[in-house]
Design a protein around this ligand. Structure first.
Ligand SMILES: [Zn+2]
Length: 355
């Protein structure tokens, strides 16, 4: 555990649910953990004891990627953890493959509706049929323009990665029910039924929905607030002038309206308490990265690609490199759009220097 993590409180200690199993973290709320084929090797998913009309059952929050191992783990959960009750709906916090990949299978398996923000539903549909910043020729051209042209091999690899999203999200439900910022979603069974308030967050995904239950003192934070790693915040090819990092920092600042003693259920890592402390840490983390970028750009104009080793001191694989490029551009853009950096284009390459 690092020094920052030790400022957080992990009420379940080292406990982790085994694959295909579940751990109860609050009354009627189960924690499920599925594998991922990335450096980030797991995702947390949640099951809410629920009812729909007179029908008793469960709501699923987030689905895992769609592969044989995830489907098998879900079947095991269904057989052993639901008390013989059905799944009543599938709620998805945002459109990234680890969250929405298996949703189409779950919705078909149980003949239930997907609940998600309108933006994420529609961008997910776009991403299954075209490039949406996850690799392919448009991503490659965008990253080349931000300095990756200095490494043609990396550009080629990004360009060749055109089926990344579709491989992990082969299909989507054809219809959905819309989650809106501030809307309340009732869940729970009988006297334990209570409202979850949707908190829209920007900068990580198009329109991420975290879910806060004030009565239970629980926040399903999705990827907006994670205890151990900082959330990826990228600028991608389909919105090349985006200010994703300012959107993200504004979004987590707004989460301070949620009480500090809330139990946070993040998509990666372990459930924790200390929401406001973690928001402080994330804001400080990005303030430090901004200072590093400004220092480098004061010495000489920099491309986002040249700034990657300034921001990320460890060795990166291709998957991590695409995230790192997006993050580097996001830091440059926040400073550029605040007027603290200037952006120039020379020979088709963007460079940032102190204003
Ligand atoms: Zn995500």
């Amino acid at each position: 555990m690092n020094a920052l993590e030790s400022q957080l409180d992990y009420p379940f200690g080292e406990t982790l649910p085994e694959r295909g199993s579940a751990v109860e973290v609050a009354p009627g709320l189960l924690w499920v953990r599925m594998g991922l084929p990335f450096a980030l090797d797991h995702i947390n998913l949640w099951l809410l004891r629920d009812q729909d009309g007179g029908r008793q059952g469960w709501s699923i929050v987030d689905s895992g990627i769609d592969d044989a191992a995830t489907r098998a783990a879900w079947e095991n959960v269904f057989a052993t953890k639901l008390g013989g009750l059905p799944v009543l709906r599938v709620i998805v916090t945002h459109m990234h493959p680890d969250h929405i990949g298996c949703a189409h299978w779950l919705c078909e398996r149980w003949n239930v509706r997907l609940w998600i923000s309108a933006t994420d539903f529609n961008v997910a549909r776009l991403a299954t049929s075209a490039s949406a910043g996850f690799g392919g020729p448009l991503s490659a051209a965008f990253m080349a323009q931000h300095g990756m042209a200095a490494d043609p091999d990396a550009v080629n690899k990004v360009g060749a990665r055109s089926n990344y999203y579709k491989n992990l999200v082969p299909a989507l439900p054809l219809a959905y029910r819309r989650l809106l910022d501030g809307a309340e979603v009732a869940a729970g069974s009988g006297a334990a039924r209570s409202d979850w308030t949707c908190h829209a967050g920007y900068g990580h995904a198009p329109e991420h929905m975290a879910l806060h239950n004030p009565a239970q003192g629980v926040l399903i934070s999705g990827d907006m607030v994670l205890p151990r790693i900082s959330t990826n915040v990228s600028v991608i090819d389909i919105e090349p002038e985006a200010d994703s990092l300012t959107l993200y920092l504004d979004s987590i600042e707004r989460m301070r309206t949620i009480p500090p003693d809330v139990l946070v259920l993040p998509s990666h890592g372990r459930p924790f308490k200390g929401l406001h402390t973690r928001i402080d840490q994330l804001q400080a983390h990005h303030a430090e990265r901004f200072a590093e970028v400004l220092e480098a750009c004061a010495t000489a104009p920099q491309t986002a690609f040249e700034l990657v080793p300034v921001l990320f001191k460890r060795k990166l694989d291709l998957h991590q490199m695409t995230f790192a490029m997006g993050e580097s551009i996001a830091h440059c853009h926040a400073l550029w759009l605040q007027g603290r950096l200037e952006r120039r284009i020379d020979d088709g390459i963007y460079r940032f220097s102190t204003a």
